[in-house]
Ligand binder design. Sequence first.
Ligand code: PXL
Length: 270
Amino acid sequence: MKIKSKILIIAGSDSSGGAGIQADIKTATCLGSYAMTAITAVTVQNTKGVKSVVPLPPQEIYDQIIHTGKDIRPDAIKIGMLHSPEVIKKVILSLKKLKIKNIILDPVMVAKGGAKLISDDAIQLMKKKLLREVSLITPNIPEAEILTGVKINSKEDMIFAAHKLIQAGASNILIKGGHLEAKKVHDIFVNKEEIEIFNSKRIKTFNTHGTGCTLSTAITSFFSCGKALKKSCELGIKYVNSAILTNPKIGKGNGPINHLNSIELNRFYK
Ligand code: PXL
């Protein structure tokens, strides 16, 4: 298979390999994209939780983005963990300098075990300044609640919160419904013109570490290959569902999902 697109991922490292930049590289690779990275922080963690977080200096993050992106121009950018206002400011500066239009933001706030990955003032800046710079934002329910102040208990609440994000400057929103207690999972895509609800079967498992990172990068990968944003969301959800369904059941806590679900080794490697 030939490389179909090039993407740049701005995110934190997860030593357990299930979430963060490791999940992003695996996802991009398994969907045919060439992955470049700007690492924002290094976390020490396993499937049971986060032991420590070491942020990288904002200038170093900026330099990774500019130095890499000026040499190999990305077709799209995915943004994950941004822990401080200083990092967000530098990321915005670098995006303006690179002039890339296709940007997906996963507003990462807490890790699966509850460890906080972003400061409160960074959340405010994300809302005020970064939202308006990206093509799509992919909050889960708790993240959407924090960004909007709306308590979400239903599909209607999700749509209401999405419209609040549009008022705040976002252009497209995919609110992920996994946290709502419902038989099915409803992920809702909203922009000024349309509302599309993607319904999936709920898969009963604790092994969902890295689903948010994986979904946003899968969407970035499809989008970078020229697919429409809504279609990219639909295909990204399909990829994540298949990755959860075939999860390898490893680790003693919330295990990772199966990024390889899209891959079949060819005859030369059998
Ligand atoms: O899933 C959110 C996330 C993002 N980025 C990093 C993480 C995690 C969750 O563990 O470790 C680096």
